[in-house]
Design a protein around this ligand. Structure first.
Ligand code: ARG
Length: 492
């Protein structure tokens, strides 16, 4: 590189006139900062080193680079790793900077590292490599969150609470039923992330700029060394596509949306005295000393905004991009990192808040009959005794309050008979009690104790299976890392 300030364009230059010319012409000038992704690329520093190593090992195995040169490059990469991202020379991005650092140590032969590839397939591979780790962290967060929801649901399987529709008291249910409803939703978020992971974990390396390479490379071998399940075939697709970012962020946005609903419910319930957050998950006011505010949950609720912004940022950046590589792609990537960080943090906080919250059983019991919330149960009881449901609904609506006398006079008006002609008085009085109203609803997935127990045991089994799947993914990445390390040790 010939830049007076020593900050070359970063293409591992100095190997010939062509590079010197290129370095001079494309050093960036006033747009250098704007062009560079080097700072943001810190996130893929380790990924780039792994990708470089796997590529060099494969080049050596194929006889494209001799073993000695491969050894020198791999040794230089070890030094670059120890020095860290902060010590990289200037460059347009981490790929160029690492190459420059290797050439600085090895000399012109270091430039052989970039044989049979381009930064286009390189960056796509690095993003996928790193994103796997982020998806696994998000998956772990969903698993821990589900465990916290199931534990609390189990502890409160029979804690009666008011259930709402349109924010109005609707029918009594239980805290267990309520919490398990979120666990079921988060379980689908786990499934969506796992599904996305399967498509993230494909290897684009060897696509080169987009049009493949004349070198006799072994793309499957590189994929194996990097722990990818398979290669992406079409080289133009491999270098261009960022659909894996979209679907990952979509899964994260869905998860954030689920969690924001729970956060909102808990904000409302804590403000009604139904649940008390642990001090660790609450905050106070700088002026009103009596306040205990559910700020952490409000922030959890707000993270859905970050995630949705990431998704729409990605889709807007990618829409209408022509084949194959366009530099717009550089600005797509951070949307995914930001969404992954924000959503994983929010899920972890939500799990902690759920695990440490105290449910106020007496306040819940007191509120659970409010607003004649047992009305549907009474109508169901009348309908079970043979009255058409619509007529039963009319009787209860006419009564308008949770009292036997009101129901009886409504029955006389609507049915022309006393209520006891249809159902024994004790049964009606029992149906007016929130606990009995919950116990009646024993249909599959309902809030009765037995139905809840069955749901919780299904949910527990699904959680165990998902934990095993995630552990299997982690293990296969660990194995690939060891394999690559062993191969590198043969040269360096
Ligand atoms: N830093 C770029 C990115 O993140 C990769 C570089 C590919 N650049 C290029 N001009 N073809 O997408």
């Amino acid at each position: 590189m010939t830049d007076a300030d020593g900050e070359g364009g970063g293409f591992g230059g100095g190997t010939g006139d062509g590079d010197v010319v290129r370095g001079d012409r494309f050093s960036g000038g006033p747009a250098r900062e704007f062009l560079s992704s080097l700072a943001a690329d810190e996130r893929i520093f380790a990924a780039d080193l792994a990708v470089d190593r796997a590529h060099v090992v494969m080049l050596a195995e194929r006889g494209i680079v001799d073993d000695e040169t491969a050894g020198e490059i791999l040794t230089a990469l070890n030094v670059v790793e120890v020095d860290g991202h902060g010590s990289l020379p200037a460059g347009e991005d981490v790929h160029a900077a690492i190459e420059t650092a290797v050439v600085e140590r090895v000399g012109p032969d270091g430039g052989r590292m970039h044989t049979a590839r381009s930064r286009n397939d390189e960056v796509a591979t690095c993003i996928r490599y790193r994103l796997r780790e982020d998806v696994l962290a998000a998956l772990d967060a969903t698993l821990a969150f589900r465990a916290a929801l199931l534990d609390a649901a189990d502890a409160h399987a029979e804690t009666v609470m008011p259930g709402y529709t349109h924010l109005q008291p609707a029918q009594p249910t239980t805290v267990g039923h309520f919490l398990a409803s979120y666990e079921r939703a988060v379980a689908r978020d786990t499934a969506r992330l796992l599904d996305a992971y399967g498509r993230v974990n494909r290897c684009p390396l060897g696509a080169a700029a987009f049009a493949g390479t004349p070198f006799d490379i072994d793309r499957e071998r590189v994929a194996e060394l990097l722990g990818f399940d398979a290669v992406l075939g079409n080289s133009m697709d491999a270098a261009s596509t960022r659909d894996f970012l979209v679907e990952t962020v979509a899964a994260l946005a869905n998860l954030a949306t689920t969690v924001s609903g729970l956060a909102e419910d808990l904000v409302v319930y804590s403000n009604r005295g139904f649940v008390e957050l642990s001090d660790d998950y609450a905050s106070t006011s700088s002026i009103m000393p009596q306040k205990k505010n559910p700020d952490t949950l409000e922030l959890v609720r707000a993270v859905a905004g970050d995630a949705h912004a990431g998704l729409s940022g990605l889709l807007s950046t990618l829409k209408g991009l022509p084949r194959a590589y366009n530099r717009d792609l550089q600005r797509a990537t951070p949307h995914a990192w930001d969404a992954a960080d924000a959503v994983t943090d929010a899920v972890e906080v939500a799990a902690g808040a759920v695990a440490t919250a105290t449910w106020n059983e007496s306040a819940l019991a007191e509120a659970s009959g409010e607003g004649f919330s047992t009305a549907t149960g009474v109508a169901d009881l009348l309908a079970m005794s043979g009255i058409p449901f619509r007529t039963a609904h009319e009787v209860v609506a006419e009564a308008g309050e949770a009292s036997y006398d009101a129901l009886d006079s409504a029955a006389r008006e609507v049915l022309g008979d006393s209520l006891s002609e249809y159902v024994p008085r004790e049964e009606v009085e029992s149906a007016l009690e929130p606990e009995a109203s919950v116990a009646m609803r024993d249909s599959r997935g309902g809030p009765s104790a037995d139905a809840t127990a069955e749901e919780l045991s299904d949910a527990e089994a699904a959680l165990v299976a998902d934990r095993e799947r995630v552990a299997g993914l982690v293990e296969s990445l660990d194995n690939a890392e060891k394999l690559l390390q062993n191969e590198v040790n043969d040269y360096a």
